[in-house]
Design a protein around this ligand. Structure first.
Ligand code: SF4
Length: 310
């Protein structure tokens, strides 16, 4: 059963340079209890998907399509209704936890506030509930650390604080946007383990946004590969990573192969000036005339005219 159903989502930004098309007919389904990651180079629209779900896009964004969450279209809900869902039924964690926390309040107060906002316990019980969340997310000596400020925490510990806040409501869907990117490798592995434990323990669905294919493989069952604001390949992560079919997915996987970094040739197209035909054709080693003339549809999870041939 789908928890989230995104259908034909288009997002444009009005800028001085004109209309910038950042998402084009984006579709995605997330089943209850499942985990999916969006991967692709910077600027491919991964974070815009997350911000669209949370209704946190800037005011110059024009959005159309539908985002059904538990059979309610998030795009047409009133502001108060979306506030009831955001941070309660859908929570999000970000790459830079320090920038999401208020430096003048203790971390404990900020977690307790999140508990209170969810109405899950009485005001005088919020401190205990917050300490329990800190324990759950592996923050050592939580009673003592409750009264400390964000600047007294390391990057890894701050991400645990953000996860505590996100978990205060036991959301049905957790969106994690590059949750480990700013952390060193050892701490990264710990945070990945923590997220894995929590989604299993609470039966949450996970939407992971990452450019780190290793983290994606650790955490997710399914994958959607994005290029220039649309999905070019999707499916079961093990299958896609072992037997990629789209030339862009192949290039992305080759780029992090064991024999060293091999950057993908060319650069991401400007979203104000997308090429005719397949948007990947200027970088694709297999491009033929057909690719320059007509844009491939996403069929059976692959957006490529020639994938069977290559
Ligand atoms: Fe490459 Fe053509 Fe496939 Fe596009 S449609 S990815 S240019 S082979």
């Amino acid at each position: 059963m789908n928890l989230l159903h995104i259908n034909d989502l288009h997002v444009n930004f009005s800028t001085k340079a004109g209309q910038v098309r950042v998402l084009s007919g984006f579709c995605l389904d997330i089943e209850k209890g499942s985990s999916i990651c969006l991967v692709g180079e910077s600027g491919c629209g991964k974070t815009i998907v997350a911000l669209s779900i949370m209704r946190l896009l800037p005011e110059n964004a024009q959005v159309s399509g539908e985002i059904q969450f538990k059979d309610r279209d998030l795009l047409i809900l009133e502001k108060e209704e979306i506030r009831q869902i955001r941070g309660h039924e859908i929570s999000m964690i970000f790459e830079q936890p320090a920038s999401c926390l208020n430096p003048v309040f203790t971390v404990g107060d900020q977690i307790a506030e999140s508990v209170r906002a969810n109405g899950l316990c009485k005001k005088n019980e919020a401190r205990d509930a917050a300490i329990e969340l800190m324990r759950l997310t592996g923050i050592p000596s939580p009673k003592k650390r409750f009264d400390q400020y964000p600047h007294e925490f390391s990057g890894g510990m701050l991400q645990r604080v953000m996860i505590s806040i996100a978990m205060a409501s036991k959301p049905a869907l957790l969106i994690a946007d590059e949750p480990t990117t700013s952390l060193d490798v050892t701490v990264q592995a710990q945070i990945v383990e923590l997220i894995k434990d929590l989604i299993t323990k609470f039966g949450m669905s996970l939407l992971l946004i990452t450019h780190d294919l290793g983290v994606a493989a650790e955490l997710c069952r399914d994958v959607a590969v994005m290029y220039a604001g649309e999905i070019v390949e999707s499916g079961c992560l093990n299958e896609v990573f072992r037997h990629p079919k789209h030339p862009y997915t192949k290039a992305l996987l080759r780029a992090i192969s064991d024999d060293g970094l091999r950057p993908i040739k060319g650069s991401v197209p400007e979203l104000t000036n997308l090429p005719e035909g397949c948007w990947f054709h200027p970088r694709c080693p297999f491009a033929e005339d057909q690719c320059r003339l007509s844009k491939p549809e996403l069929k059976n999870g692959i957006r490529c005219h020639l994938w069977k041939k290559n």
